[in-house]
Design a protein around this ligand. Structure first.
Ligand code: ADP
Length: 485
């Protein structure tokens, strides 16, 4: 990997804690592998809970000077980080693809997306406005100011190794918080590379640390139990989110949670079918189905069901599966064997219930964790894919008759992250967008993620929003000041 980087210094095999590049006690490391080839690409320090505690302590000291700077001063550092990320986009993308597997073109897209949060929140650093409220008595003046919450800690997953961290780090730093990140053990290199650039951008030592560690629950406990921590921000499964929320209760820790989804993707009779197919391809097969906003259940109205299935299968068959580092690849490997097992389990369950494979349905001839992009028909609500996130390249097509029926099915889940539908009738569009119990709705589009909009879920898909002018609020406290004159 080092040999294909223009700047190999973006790949230090150390962790960044308290402004220093460190190793773990006793030189303990863990291996990072390339899921496309199965080879080890780096060893990084396996830090302990004590290291996390130190990062928190230093962040708690360093944050005061950082917060005392003007918004414009913090913005300048973040803007520099954005510029450096974009200047090193190719290298950051290569590192990302090597550790995670997504095609290079998607990895470049993710770096631009991750950097966009840094740019956006650099701008927002200058706009942390308070308010004045007319007093309740003649001699009273009421003002509300916004202040950083304090030290914020993040736990992030492997599917977007860059952007999931930057969309937490950027608002936290813009607000004036200290920030300690623990990236997934599968993909620590992308996070460490951002730390190299953050240091170069002039972020003061200690304000930002990256804890590389295989010991997820140990680090998670430190984040929840250390009294210096004021904010926990997590992206991952609902299952782990619940554990963290329970742990966070003792310190009444503020939490932002971006959890699992089970996105419905609805195609109505009046939809532009080709556009719906294109939208389904993006929504379902981006990152090989490994995003929390990927379409998980595709509901197609009876009148267009067969035509849609046919067109979708044609598009899916064209997907070029392969090593993400090879030009032209459109679908990489799955992250690991467990991911393949889940895909196989969901497909077997559909077949057992009478569903059919239109295309795909087995491991790819490339071997490893490569899997054929798959389309299934005859899928019904009693099957596993209806209630569980598949997180793989499987498009299950459910048939429905009426708008009322499909809304009931679409909402019949504990999740409420992203949803999508294709229709033309304006009355229907208005009714359906309002009826879907989701934090995000894509209407006639399969791609909704952007730094300018509030990303987040309702129900058991999470708490809080990331991105947009709302995103920084998760890292700010309101202080009400009552002045007697
Ligand atoms: P995914 O399926 O995306 O890996 P997880 O929720 O399992 O979703 O993991 C998301 C992140 O949470 C990863 O970085 C993982 O290492 C971490 N994690 C898993 N279990 C725990 C835990 N008990 N405490 C803290 N972090 C955890």
């Amino acid at each position: 990997l080092r040999s294909i980087l223009k700047d190999p210094s973006l790949l230090p095999t150390k962790a960044y804690v308290g402004g220093e590049w460190i190793e773990a006690e006793g030189g303990k490391t863990f291996a990072v592998t390339n899921p496309a080839r199965g080879d080890v690409i780096a060893h990084v320090p396996d830090l302990s809970r004590t290291d996390a505690a130190r990062a928190i302590e230093v962040a708690d000291r360093a944050r005061h000077e950082w917060a005392a700077r003007t918004g414009k001063e913090r913005a300048a550092v973040l803007r520099k980080l954005f510029d450096l990320m974009m200047a090193n986009q190719d290298d950051l993308a290569a590192i990302l693809t090597a550790e995670m597997g997504k095609p290079l073109a998607e990895a470049k897209g993710e770096i631009a997306y991750g950097a966009a949060y840094v740019e956006w929140f650099a701008e927002e650093a200058k706009r942390i406005y308070g308010e004045t409220i007319p007093g309740h008595l003649r001699d009273k003046r009421i003002t509300v100011i916004k202040q950083p919450v304090g030290v914020a800690c993040s736990i992030t997953p492997w599917n977007f190794p860059n952007a999931m961290m930057t969309r937490k780090m950027a608002p936290a730093l813009a607000a004036g918080c200290g920030f300690v990140a623990r990236p997934a053990a599968e993909t620590p290199l992308s996070a460490v590379a951002v730390a190299v650039l953050a240091e170069r951008a002039g972020l003061p030592a200690g304000v930002f640390s990256v804890i590389t560690s295989k010991r997820a629950s140990e680090i998670g406990k430190e984040f929840c139990e250390n009294r210096r921590v004021r904010k926990l921000t997590f992206t991952g499964s609902t299952e782990v989110g619940r554990i963290l929320l329970r742990q966070a209760a003792d310190n009444v820790l503020k939490c932002s949670m971006e959890l699992g989804g089970n996105a419905p993707f609805i195609v109505f009779d009046d939809a532009d079918l080709d556009a719906a197919v294109a939208g389904a391809m993006v929504s379902k097969f981006r990152n090989n189905g490994q995003t929390c906003v990927c379409a998980n259940r595709i509901y197609v109205q009876a009148g267009v069901y067969d035509a849609f299935a046919e067109k979708l299968a044609v598009a899916v068959k064209k997907l070029k599966v392969g090593d993400g580092l090879v030009a032209g690849t459109e679908a990489g490997p799955l992250i690991n064997e467990d991911a393949v097992a889940k895909v196989e389990e969901h497909i077997a369950d559909v077949l057992a219930g009478g569903g059919k494979i239109v295309t795909g349905g087995k491991r790819h001839e490339l071997g490893g964790t490569f899997y054929e992009p798959t389309v299934l028909t005859g899928v019904t609500d009693d099957m596993k894919v209806a209630t569980e996130e598949t997180f793989g390249p499987v498009a299950p097509l459910f048939r429905f008759e009426t708008e009322e029926e499909v809304i009931a099915h679409a909402n019949n889940t504990i999740f409420g992250l992203a949803s999508y539908f294709y229709a033309r009738d304006i009355g229907r569009i208005t009714r359906v967008q309002e009826a879907l119990e989701y934090g995000m709705v894509g209407v006639n589009t399969g791609l909704i993620s952007t730094e300018v909009a509030p990303f987040g879920g309702v129900k058991q898909s999470g708490l809080g929003r990331e991105g947009s002018h709302h995103g920084i609020e998760d890292y700010l406290e309101m202080k009400y000041i009552c002045l007697s004159v």
